[in-house]
Every structure is written in C-alpha cells, then in structure tokens.
Design a protein around this ligand. Structure first.
Ligand SMILES: NC(=O)c1ccc[n+]([C@@H]2O[C@H](COP(=O)([O-])OP(=O)(O)OC[C@H]3O[C@@H](n4cnc5c(N)ncnc54)[C@H](OP(=O)(O)O)[C@@H]3O)[C@@H](O)[C@H]2O)c1
Length: 352
C-alpha cells in the first residue's frame, strides 16, 4: 500500500532546529509531509509530549546528526499512511508513538511524522490523546525499572508484583507518576517520596499507598517501619542523593533501578551493606535498552490502558500544561524549568 496522494499536495507546520542551543533555535516552518518507506507509518499528530530528553538533546552542545531535526520523542495521533511491508496497523488507527526522534530527525512537533511501525502502538478504545502522548518516555522507563530485577517479574500484569514493596523516589515526576501507576496496577505496595505537600497530593492521587517527604533525616526509619521486610524494588531518579538511603531500606536481593542523574553526576554507595543484601544496582536508558524490552513495555502498557490504569490530569496525579505547536519553545522551557506534571503540545485542534 502506498501513501495517499494528498501527501504530494499538503504542506504542514513543523518545528525544526539545525544547531544546538537555547529554545530560541526552534523555528516554525512549512514543510511537505514525507511519504512512508516500506516499514514505516505516517501519523497525523494530535498531541506531542515533551520530556527532559527533548530539551537536553536540543541544547546538548552537539550539532544534530541531521541537517534539520524536528524535536520530541513522544506523541499520539491517527495513522495517515502505511508502508507496503507494514502489518497490524491501518489508516485511521489511533496510536501512540515512542522514540520518534531517536537516530531520526522525525520528532512529533509537527503535523505529520513518519516513523518505523515498530515504534507505533495502537491505542485501546476510549483512551484520549492526552494520555497517549504522555506514555512513551515516562511509562516505558517506569516499565523497564519495574521489570529488570533479579527476582521480580519480566512482565507487568495485575498481580505480577503482588507481595512486593516498590519505593518510587520522586513520585510526582513524570516517570515517578507512571511507576506508581504501573506498580499499583501490578499489585505492589507502593511507597513514594516527594518534596512538598502539593506533590504528596499528586503521588496519592496516582495511587501510592504511602507518601513520605524528603529531605528528612528520619526517612529511612519511616520507610523501614512501612516495609519491615525491606523494599524489593526502588525506582531511582537521584542516586547521588539517595544511594545510601536506598541500600539502607533495601530487602535482601533487592534492586535499585536508576534512570537519571538529577542533582548529581556521580554516586557513592556503601559497599558492604550493598553486597550483604545482594543488592543490584541496575542502570537503564531507553535509547540503548534494545527492542525486546521496548516491545514488552508496549504490550504491558496497552494492557494497563485497557484496564484504565494510566489516567492523566491533576485528579490522577499528573497535571497537564498545554502549549500550541507554535509555542514549542515555551513548552521546552517549561520542562527545563521543572514543571510539575506533563507538558503537552496541542498539534491538531480538531483531534484533541
Ligand atoms: N534513563 C532513561 O531512559 C530516562 C528516561 C526518562 C527520563 N530520564 C531522566 O529522568 C529524569 C526525570 O524525568 P521526568 O520526566 O520524570 O522529570 P520530572 O517530571 O521533572 O520529574 C523529576 C522528579 O524527580 C524528583 N526528584 C529530584 N530529586 C529528587 C530526590 N533527591 N529524591 C526524590 N525525588 C527527587 C523531582 O521532585 P522535586 O523537584 O520535588 O525534588 C521531580 O518530581 C530526567 O533527568 C530525565 O532526563 C531518563
């Protein structure tokens, strides 16, 4: 099946940059939408999701590998054309995308993007594009963090984490929010840490069973009293600040899945306490984790969506901040400034 002929006539709006720098390098331009290759899908984007990785890639000081890059890894919309070798996706399908701009210049801050079909996932009935555009980076990272343990499950499903205690450091962050929701859905007892009363409300709204505030010299004792047998799995955003605490509250054979360098580039961990607990320090990076964990995440996230387990919005613990496409620079700045919740870009008014 070939791309419909409308592609030859349409122009679309796209946000692009060709040099690294502040958000001022982002330009709004008109472009002709590309046609999909044999293994690709073209998606009409409804909502583009912004993550820290998007502004970090843009401002990283390294010239982009492509002459012109459209930013933003995450997004959601409607399939508009499919390549000749693609199966399982059809024109008109409502979908979410992940890693749209990984080693490609084809991010979601544009009205149409062309990506490999392997990065496009069909949405279950009734799931909004706001939820869908919030999934990619946060939910897949959270999924990996919850499934990469020595004695835990490789897949998430109701009951998969039953009997296990999960500690989510930074429960009001986008990844933290998804980790709480997925862990609760999978049956874990979830403890979350946050830095303020407002964020505590959000972590509770996401479903955390226990919410504690940091910094607090008594935090380890509080966690241990909630989890006398120790914490089985920790989802860690700031190993620099939390490594010693993590080991202190960990169960024997527990794991600490760390995915970020917030508040520091290095960490030290107590050696004897770590090996005495057979602790596993498990790093993870979505860009290099490989296709199987990504496919597993897409499958399990779809099941969680079908169960209604991943809502967004302030009532669900993830306030949404919206920008129009032409204000993508402001959206990047909001994420870089640490906006609480999820920053989304409305790309197609008629679809949202
Ligand atoms: N490895 C990967 O593949 C991967 C994937 C996704 C994201 N990331 C990275 O992960 C980080 C978070 O992403 P995000 O989208 O979740 O960002 P976010 O929404 O800004 O959340 C970050 C959260 O971390 C919390 N935090 C910071 N220091 C903390 C500490 N010492 N203890 C507990 N919580 C702490 C923050 O809370 P306070 O501000 O209240 O302290 C905030 O809620 C970013 O650096 C991002 O680049 C990496």
């Amino acid at each position: 099946m070939r791309a419909p002929s409308i592609a030859l006539h349409l122009t679309m709006r796209a946000i692009v940059y060709s040099q690294p720098g502040s958000s001022s390098v982002l330009d709004l331009v008109d472009r002709e939408p590309a046609s999909p290759g044999p293994d690709d899908v073209r998606v009409r984007i409804a909502v583009s999701g912004v993550n820290p990785t998007d502004w970090k890639a843009r401002s990283g000081g390294v010239p982009p590998e492509f002459a012109e890059v459209v930013p933003n890894q995450d997004g959601a919309g409607v399939v508009d054309a499919v390549g000749s070798d693609v199966s399982g996706l059809s024109v008109g399908d409502r979908v979410w995308l992940f890693l749209a701009a990984h080693q490609r210049p084809t991010g979601t801050a544009q009205e149409f993007t062309v990506v490999p079909a392997s990065r496009v996932v069909r949405l279950p009935e009734g799931i909004g594009f706001d939820v869908a555009a919030s999934l990619g980076v946060p939910a897949m990272t959270a999924h990996r963090a919850l499934t990469v343990h020595e004695s835990g499950p490789a897949h998430l499903a109701p009951g998969a984490l039953a009997g296990r205690v999960v500690l989510v450091q930074g429960g009001a962050g986008a990844v933290g929010h998804a980790a709480i929701q997925l862990a609760v859905w999978a049956g874990a007892t979830v403890i979350a840490t946050v830095s303020s009363d407002d964020k505590a409300e959000l972590a509770r709204a996401a479903g955390a069973h226990h919410v504690l505030q940091y910094p607090d010299a008594g935090l380890a004792a509080k966690i241990s009293s909630l989890a006398p047998g120790g914490v089985d799995q920790i989802v860690e955003v700031s190993p620099t600040q939390n490594a010693a605490l993590d080991v202190e509250v960990l169960a024997n054979h527990g794991s600490i899945a760390y995915y970020a360098n917030n508040n520091g580039e290095e960490f030290t961990a107590p050696i004897v306490a770590s090996f005495a607990k057979n602790a596993r320090w498990q790093g993870l990076l979505l860009y290099t984790v490989g296709p199987e964990p990504l496919a597993a995440a897409a499958r399990d996230i779809t099941a969680a969506l079908q169960d209604g387990a991943l809502p967004v919005g302030a009532d669900a613990g993830l306030p949404l901040t919206w920008f129009p496409l032409e204000e993508t620079a402001s959206a990047h700045d909001a994420v870089a400034a640490g906006a609480t919740g999820k920053v989304l870009i409305r790309v197609a008014d008629d679809l949202v």
